[in-house]
Ligand binder design. Structure first.
Ligand code: HEM
Length: 889
């Protein structure tokens, strides 16, 4: 753009500013930096001010609407999806910053565009409009600068031993790799519809490779839809394998959607409009759809943007992963310090997770409830018309249920998910208790962290050794994921956008339409019958009222997975009844997957094949050869026009399965690429030298999901391999069978002596932990550490240095102001204190005890006299049946 047109542009934008801002906010001068003319900071300030206003207004509007629909007692599918993707305060802060930034840039472009367009000028790009200082101002004012600050990483012994909750500092050089609240990694650059990140298909008339994109619901209906009854069953894999995939997915990625369900610019309700206006990206319902007439669009909210790179060069829309990428059991523990603390039982000395105080599963623990927002509305309670058996009785008022609270917001999504969350909550507590028996000197935090570390390893082993070979096929798995060779800090372990948005959703086509529940002996029971899948979604109340988690786990163990077949892709439970709730059109998971891919700007099928070194089809014949299915290729081309445009998720699941695996070549490549990066780029990978001792690693090798089920449920018969389909109950083994080995934790017993310095100095009362050649000390609550917090073995003197500390009782009564309420006296006790009324305060503990004995003795004497009086002088009407007297006639 030449200077003359820039000046012209400026005068135009001045007009905009005159309309928008007060006189003192006017741009008074044109910044002239080496011949480039910028809009000026008042203009930027104004755009920022309006962006904040629009963003906050949309959030407030959404909050009002949610409150209104809750008070009306309605839960719509979009409310359930929002509940499904709920995030914590850190994620919400990041999203707001990114949305303010996005809206600012959008406003600047919009204002300039209006005027340049009117005068037939080409739209200048951001670098031509804004100075480096302006960019800095926008980053600062939106909050993105602070969101993107590089964390400071500790380098002490504990930071080498335990992961952070956020995943930060796993990689010391790139501390945000794999961390929660960072953008997904891209294996291919996004292909949005415009420079700022409008989704593909935003304009239905937009051409890609000379063809428009078909409405996603059309693809779902024509290619995916399968009658619930018309499915083939997997001959060798169990439904628990499918469930494990979803469980691990919830460890790896959570893409939050924007908190606003109203259009930023107009405030229009996204769930009632067919207009595409960010963040509303509604899914159009085609005329051929049986749903036509109810609503013409299915609501869809764009995934939230993230703060990325530095403006302007890196300003393209990226989506956020709200949880840690690593396989670290974050769905159990949470992905922030706060949520980890919220999930703990902090008053237990055993490092336990908190349990449900109101309900148990026949004596075994359940997850705590989430705090309820409205007492009469329970998204996880029974919904009208949902009851399928006589056993289904809504919980009575005094026995209210709620959604369960876990490390991941999707815990309540369906009964299988609740069962796995509950199972691993119990497993953590079981491990922590066993570790405490082995190491009574460990602090609650140590017990918690050691149990968490074992849980992380268990998840890695079950996924890499048991799950992946079944999904990829043994041969492909060992080829694409070769044996571990050590930590590679250059590998970025962050979840890739295409993995979360397409590849790892492959298993949606292996989900059964029903949730099988089985009673003791794996027999069907009228108390917990098999349910259509949609009746199991957000149905936490069923766990409380219908026999706990055992029936669900037995069902997962004994029922087969659905087999992916090219003309039986996704069951109608998922395409027609997802999140069917009280009112509102149910969602279609197939359509959501496709629309999400477009929302994230994922390039088409061909580009991904090329990335994987596979052939890139350019004709129907070539596509048919890859799919091994001319009918399917024809269907896809009739919809998309060219193989290039086929949405990657549907293209990938259409490929025939590899021998012995459950995915085709493209999926195998993408899944293996991600799982390799997750392993090689993880500083805490369980096989990495120093993470566990050799003996501990050997013990961990024997881990088995069947054993975990035995140890934490009432189930006493299990299959030797729970991911393999069990056809007959006679093939199940008792939990005592040697093929269901116990996880032997004896290798976690800390040595009592050091080879050089001898006996490890422990302190009483107090906790200690041997970390490398250092002993770390902590005192229990109510005591203070006097002396060093750690001692080290000095190899020269063969002594522990310096001398170990002691734990000294804190005299809480010496605090000023007094820790006790007014008019009470404070008494210090070891580790605690008591507050007593002044009259009683002068009594010593022994005199209080003597007084209590005297009072009790007196009362007993009175009782005896009274009893004997009654015995000899009974009242007329009284029968002598008192227990201390014989019957007298
Ligand atoms: C009953 C079974 C399942 C249901 C009802 C279900 C439902 C959903 C829903 C509603 C979404 C969000 C869609 C969107 O808005 O984009 C989703 C996302 C996803 N699902 Fe499933 N799913 C199921 C099973 C599975 C399984 C078995 C896997 C993998 C093995 C899986 C992997 C994923 C992945 C990777 C995502 C994207 C997560 C994210 O980026 O936030 N799901 N699923």
């Amino acid at each position: 753009m030449d200077t003359a047109s820039m000046v012209f542009l400026f005068s135009l934008t001045l007009v905009v500013c005159l309309r928008l801002s007060s006189p003192q906010q006017m741009p008074t001068e044109l910044h002239n930096i080496t011949e480039v003319l910028y809009l000026g900071s008042p203009f930027v300030q104004e755009a920022l001010r309006r962006a904040v206003e629009l963003t906050d207004a949309a959030y407030a509007h959404t909050n009002e609407k949610v409150k209104m629909s809750l008070s009306e007692g309605s839960v719509r599918p979009s409310d359930l999806l929002a509940q499904f993707k709920q995030t914590g305060p850190q994620t919400r802060a990041h999203i707001r910053a990114a949305e303010v930034l996005d809206n600012t840039v959008e406003l600047i472009r919009e204002m300039v565009y209006t005027h340049t367009h009117a005068h037939n000028m080409t739209m200048p790009n951001l670098t031509e409009l804004l100075s480096a200082q302006d960019f800095e101002t926008i980053m600062q004012a939106s909050g993105c600068s602070s969101e993107m600050q590089r964390p400071i990483c500790e380098t002490d012994c504990l930071s080498d031993r335990y992961r952070s909750f956020t995943g930060q500092c796993n990689n010391r050089q790139y501390p945000l790799w794999g961390a929660a609240n960072t953008p997904y990694h891209r294996w291919l650059p996004p292909e949005y519809e415009d420079a700022l990140g409008a989704p593909r298909g935003w304009d239905p008339e937009h051409f890609y490779h000379n063809a428009t994109l078909p409405p996603v619901r059309c693809v779902s209906q024509r290619v995916l839809y399968t009658h619930n009854e018309n499915i083939s069953l997997d001959s060798s894999l169990s439904h628990l394998l499918v469930e494990w995939g979803q469980w691990i997915d919830h460890d790896l990625g959570l893409t939050p959607q924007t908190p606003s369900t109203a259009a930023f610019r107009t405030g229009a309700d996204c769930s009632r409009t067919c207009t595409r206006d960010s963040p509303c990206f509604p899914i159009q319902i085609p005329l051929s759809d049986p749903r036509t007439g109810i609503q013409s669009c299915m609501p869809f909210f764009r995934s939230a943007p993230s703060c990325v790179g530095t403006l302007p060069t890196r300003h393209r829309r990226e989506q956020l992963n709200a949880i840690t990428s690593f396989v670290d059991a974050s769905m159990v523990y949470g992905s922030s310090d706060q949520s980890a603390a919220d999930l703990r039982n902090l008053s237990s000395p055993l490092g336990l997770l908190a349990l449900n105080p109101l309900h148990s599963d026949q004596g075994l623990a359940l997850m705590p409830f989430l705090p309820r927002r409205q007492s009469h509305l329970d998204p996880c309670g029974p919904r009208p018309g949902q009851n399928t058996s006589e056993a289904d009785t809504p919980p009575d008022e005094g026995n209210m249920t709620s959604c369960f609270q876990a490390g991941d917001s999707r815990a309540n999504e369906h009964l299988g998910m609740i069962a796995l969350h509950t199972l691993f909550l119990r497993e953590h507590n079981r491990l922590a208790q066993e570790l405490q028996e082995l190491n009574p000197h460990w602090a609650p935090d140590t017990l918690y962290q050691e149990a968490r570390k074992i849980m992380g390893a268990v998840h890695q082993i079950l996924t890499w050794e048991h799950y992946l070979p079944r999904v990829l096929g043994e041969e492909v798995a060992s080829e694409l994921v070769p044996p571990y060779e050590g930590y590679t800090p250059q590998v970025n372990p962050s979840i890739a956008n295409a993995f979360a948005t397409a590849a790892f959703r492959f298993a949606h086509v292996t989900v059964q339409p029903v949730v099988t529940r089985l009673g003791p002996g794996y027999r069907p029971s009228p108390r917990h019958p098999t349910l259509p899948l949609h009746n199991s979604l957000f149905a936490s109340w069923r766990v409380i009222q219908e026999g706990g988690i055992d029936p669900v786990l037995r069902g997962l163990l004994l029922s087969p997975a659905k087999l992916q077949v090219s003309d039986q892709m996704m069951v109608e439970e998922l395409t027609e009844r997802l999140f069917q709730a009280q009112g509102g059109l149910p969602f279609d998971l197939g359509a959501l997957n496709l629309q999400r891919g477009r929302d994230h700007g994922l390039p088409g099928y061909g580009a991904w094949r090329r990335l994987c070194g596979l052939s890139d089809p350019s004709s129907e014949a070539e596509l048919a050869a890859i799919m091994g299915n001319p009918t399917l290729a024809q269907k896809l081309l009739a919809l998309y026009g060219t193989p290039q445009n086929v949405d990657v998720w549907v293209g990938a699941i259409s490929e025939p399965l590899l021998p012995g695996g459950r995915v085709g070549p493209l999926l195998a490549c993408l899944l293996a690429k991600q799982f390799r990066a997750l392993r090689d780029g993880d500083r805490f990978w369980w096989q990495r030298e120093g993470m566990f001792s050799r003996v501990q690693r050997t013990a961990l090798q024997s881990v088995s999901l069947s054993r975990i089920i035995c140890d934490n449920t009432h189930i006493r018969l299990v299959p030797p391999d729970p991911f393999i389909r069990t056809r007959r109950t006679e093939d199940l083994l008792p939990c005592t069978h040697p093929l269901i080995p116990l996880l032997n934790l004896s290798a976690w017993r800390e040595p009592d002596t050091d080879p050089t310095c001898g006996s490890i100095p422990r302190i009483q009362p107090g906790y200690s932990l041997l970390c490398d050649n250092t002993v770390l000390y902590q005192c229990p609550l109510g005591f203070v550490l006097i002396g060093p917090s750690q001692v080290r073995c000095d190899p020269h003197t063969q002594q522990w240095k310096p001398a170990p500390p002691t734990c000294q009782d804190v005299d809480e009564c010496a605090f000023s102001p007094s820790i006790c309420p007014q008019n009470t006296q404070c008494h210090n006790t070891p580790g605690s204190f008591t507050c007593t009324e002044p009259g009683l305060a002068s009594l010593s503990a022994s005199s209080v005890a003597a007084a209590v004995v005297a009072v009790l003795g007196g009362a007993a004497l009175m009782l005896l006299i009274l009893t004997c009086y009654r015995r000899f002088f009974p009242m007329k009407s009284e029968h002598l049946w008192s227990p201390c007297c014989q019957r007298k006639n």
